[in-house]
Write a protein that binds this ligand. Structure first.
Ligand code: FDA
Length: 411
């Protein structure tokens, strides 16, 4: 592999003149899916070039998992993926499983740990995963060329001609691994969708997923002083439910439960949050009223929620007085409020902070075996650019690896 930086551009040009600008496979995008595909195709003896307009390969890998990359999830099943065509991802995910990726990680001596059950993170740094992939590309003889944006692609009788960094490059097989729209500062662009449209493919509507919620001013003001507080909740929207921590931020609500449920939320939808998923609140309060009639709701909340959150929530609901002053219907109502706290988010933080893009290239037009366009089998779409989106917890990288390998075995 040759990783080129800006001051290597001149020698890059020279090297190209020397080697020729024709490749068996050109991959657009040196992210998770593109690098995995490059190594796989390279090991098959294909002459592979990966192009990326960014100054570094795998920027999202480096940012992921808080800098430690949640690179897979041992419990990943197809139920962890959203798609308009839910069966599409099954074949690739079955052929390249989390265990396969883990074997690769172990072969490279990358130290890792299981944080939440199934979620594997690097022990030290996400750099270990990126270096592993770049080493694999090097061993497989795949070239990675950075700071080289692809601006145009044209079909030729034998494949494709690309304009990249002002140069014309040709290939037999073209793999589009440009990712989605999330976090433009990390290199995201809509180029993969443009290419799909250019070749007549349908794009399903895209929207930000795994993204924090923003709140309307009144609730935002009430909760803003609680920024930084996290509590375990169960969040529900459109018949999906996630029991994970929720984090209050200066802008709204985040944390794993909110990120997860955001992928199922549409503007205008309500969220139902169970703030005490482990408690039988109504029964607890009825017993407490009997045993300690002078006890207050604040006491009860303090015992089960972070103290500052309990106080703010109590103020928000204007609950006051001893429990003995509440009648049974009041207690039933309080319990519903705590276990089905209903809020209507103002929106989400959008692509600026979203971990993924939902929607994308309609997979009905692609082969689930090779990831190639059914009617144009030398054109492949892999990773986030297609309409397959994982839950939080390592599933999105698992899709990138699996779809990258599937295409790399065929391209
Ligand atoms: P990816 O976006 O990685 O790569 C696309 C590449 O294409 C980029 O390098 C881009 O520069 C390049 N490109 C775009 N347009 C181009 C053009 N015109 N010419 C040339 N190159 C072009 N997932 C997970 O499983 N575990 C985790 O811990 C996290 N954490 C996480 C944190 C953050 C902050 C984000 C934003 C995302 C995550 N994810 C994640 C999601 C994960 O990063 C994502 O699903 C994969 O990176 C998708 O891999 P792709 O290779 O498809 O796209």
């Amino acid at each position: 592999m040759t990783t080129l930086s800006s001051n290597q551009n001149a020698s890059n040009q020279h090297a190209n003149d020397h080697r020729g600008s024709h490749y068996d496979v050109i991959i657009v995008g040196a992210g998770a899916a593109g690098l995995m595909c490059a190594a796989t195709a390279g090991y098959r003896g294909r002459k592979v070039l990966v192009l990326d307009h960014a100054n570094k390969a795998g920027k999202k890998i480096l940012m992921s998992g808080g800098g430690r990359c949640n690179f897979t999830n041992l419990n990943s099943t197809t139920a962890n993926f959203l798609s308009d065509n839910p069966h599409y991802c099954i074949s690739a995910l079955k052929r390249y499983t989390p265990r396969h990726f883990l074997e690769l990680v172990e072969r490279h001596g990358v130290e890792y740990e299981e944080k939440t059950p199934g979620q594997l993170f690097c022990q030290h740094s996400a750099k270990d995963i990126l270096n592993m992939l770049l080493t694999e590309c090097e061993w497989a003889g795949a070239e990675v060329r950075l700071k080289t944006g692809v601006t145009q692609v044209a079909r030729t009788p034998n494949g494709y001609c690309l304009t990249a960094g002002g140069q014309a490059l040709t290939c037999e097989s073209l793999v589009v691994a440009c990712g989605g729209l999330s976090i433009p500062t990390l290199g995201a662009s809509g180029f993969g969708y443009d290419l799909a449209r250019q070749f007549g493919l349908e794009i399903l509507p895209t929207r930000a997923g795994l993204v924090p919620f923003t709140l309307h001013p009144e609730l935002k003001m009430t909760l803003a002083p609680l920024a930084g507080i996290s509590c375990p909740v169960s969040a529900e929207c459109n018949h999906e439910q996630f029991q994970e921590p929720m984090l209050v931020t200066h802008r709204g609500l985040s944390g794993p439960s909110m990120l997860q449920i955001s992928s199922f939320w549409q503007p205008g939808d309500e969220l139902h949050i169970n703030l005490l998923p482990q408690q039988q609140v109504e029964q607890d309060l009825l017993s407490l009223r009997k045993l300690k009639p002078q006890s207050t709701l604040e006491h009860y909340l303090n015992a089960h929620l972070p103290k500052r959150f309990a106080q703010a929530f109590n103020e928000l609901q204007r609950w006051a007085g001893p429990l003995q002053s509440y009648r049974n219907p009041d207690i039933e109502h309080i319990s519903r409020t705590l276990q089905q706290w209903t809020i209507k988010p103002a929106g989400t933080e959008g692509y600026r902070t979203a971990e993924v893009t939902l929607g994308g290239v309609d997979t009905r037009q692609l082969s689930s075996k090779t990831m190639a366009v059914l009617e144009q089998p030398d054109l492949y779409f892999i990773g986030e650019v297609v309409d397959v989106t994982g839950h939080l917890g390592g599933h999105n990288f698992q899709w990138a690896w699996a779809s990258g390998v599937a295409a790399g075995q065929a391209a």
